[in-house]
Design a protein around this ligand. Sequence first.
Ligand code: HEC
Length: 127
Amino acid sequence: MRGVRWTGAMGKLVFLGVWLGVLRMCAPALVEPTQEDVMRARRWWQDVDSLQLATGRKLYMQKCSGCHYLYPPHRFTPEQWRKNIAEYADEARLTPQEQELILRYVITMSEVDPRERRQTKKTGQKP
Ligand code: HEC
């Protein structure tokens, strides 16, 4: 790292790093999908897999946290989520594909109580 000067850009990087750390600490509230969730989600979408749900979760965190905190998926019913996402898709500038992935994540996880999941998280299979 010799010769690298402390520039404004580096300051921004550090700032970003701190923020990512903060986001990471908040992340457990947003439950990670497990294989069990994928099986449940297949009731609605035959082609859904763990990558789709994990991507939906990531997109939800990236695209929907700009204006307000992330509403926990279990706070709304699937019907309410369909309505909400349709409403905010424009605000968040989602592509139709991103919209669908976010929808699949929040609807699937709307049936999961995060307090229950936290205890079993260690045994839960990571996507
Ligand atoms: C450009 C700003 C903006 C973006 C981006 C945004 N929202 Fe919102 N959202 C709002 C505002 C404003 C409200 C209403 C006030 C509040 O709850 O803070 C709201 C409220 C909500 C609510 C609560 C509705 C209710 O009935 O209580 C949900 C759910 C929601 N947004 C979901 C999303 C999702 C999902 C995304 C990403 C796709 C998103 N929002 C992105 C501005 C935004």
